[in-house]
Design a protein around this ligand. Structure first.
Ligand code: OFO
Length: 168
């Protein structure tokens, strides 16, 4: 793996851990709002993002490269409502999708076929990440300001369980 590709993968590992940290922060805020279902959803998202980082980390190890971990900054997260939070999730995932596509472009330009194959998984995963956020936003819009509606959505989010290994 050449230096340009290695640097790009290390940057993506940082972005995935940064995502994990943002979602853990959102989980803490939802706990504080007594929305335990949304807090659960965010906590599982934190686990998933950590798994995304580790899949790239392990790819480097398998290819005889030492991952170079970068700083993670304190998440600067605030939101007015659950809808606001999940709109921020969608925006963030769109940003991560752009990062994954840029990384893929590096892998193509540098003819790194193994990395390209690995990134197919991430490209599919980003479609799912955006789709999930959009579905929750739709539910929250339907619930509007109805306490009962929000209670139902929160209960639904509380049913999310960690995905099996490899399905993150
Ligand atoms: Fe790793 O997919 Fe979200 O950020």
């Amino acid at each position: 793996m050449n230096k340009r590709t290695l640097d790009a993968v290390n940057n993506q590992i940082q972005a995935e851990f940064q995502s994990a940290y943002i979602y853990l922060s959102m989980s803490a805020i939802f706990e504080d709002m007594k929305m335990s279902g949304a807090a659960n959803w965010m906590r599982i998202q934190w686990q998933e993002e950590t798994a995304h980082a580790m899949k790239l980390f392990d790819h480097l190890i398998r290819r005889g490269q030492a991952p170079d971990l970068q700083s993670i900054t304190a998440p600067d997260v605030t939101f007015e409502s659950a809808l606001d939070a999940f709109e921020q999730v969608l925006e963030h995932e769109r940003h991560v999708t752009r990062l994954i596509h840029s990384l893929y472009e590096v892998a193509v330009e540098e003819k790194d076929y193994a990395l390209q194959t690995l990134l197919h998984w991430y490209i599919d995963e980003q479609v799912e990440e955006e789709e999930n956020a959009e579905a929750i936003i739709d539910s929250l819009r339907l619930a509007g300001s109805s306490g009962q509606g929000l209670f139902m959505v929160d209960r639904e989010l509380g049913l999310r369980t960690p995905e099996a290994e490899g399905e993150e």
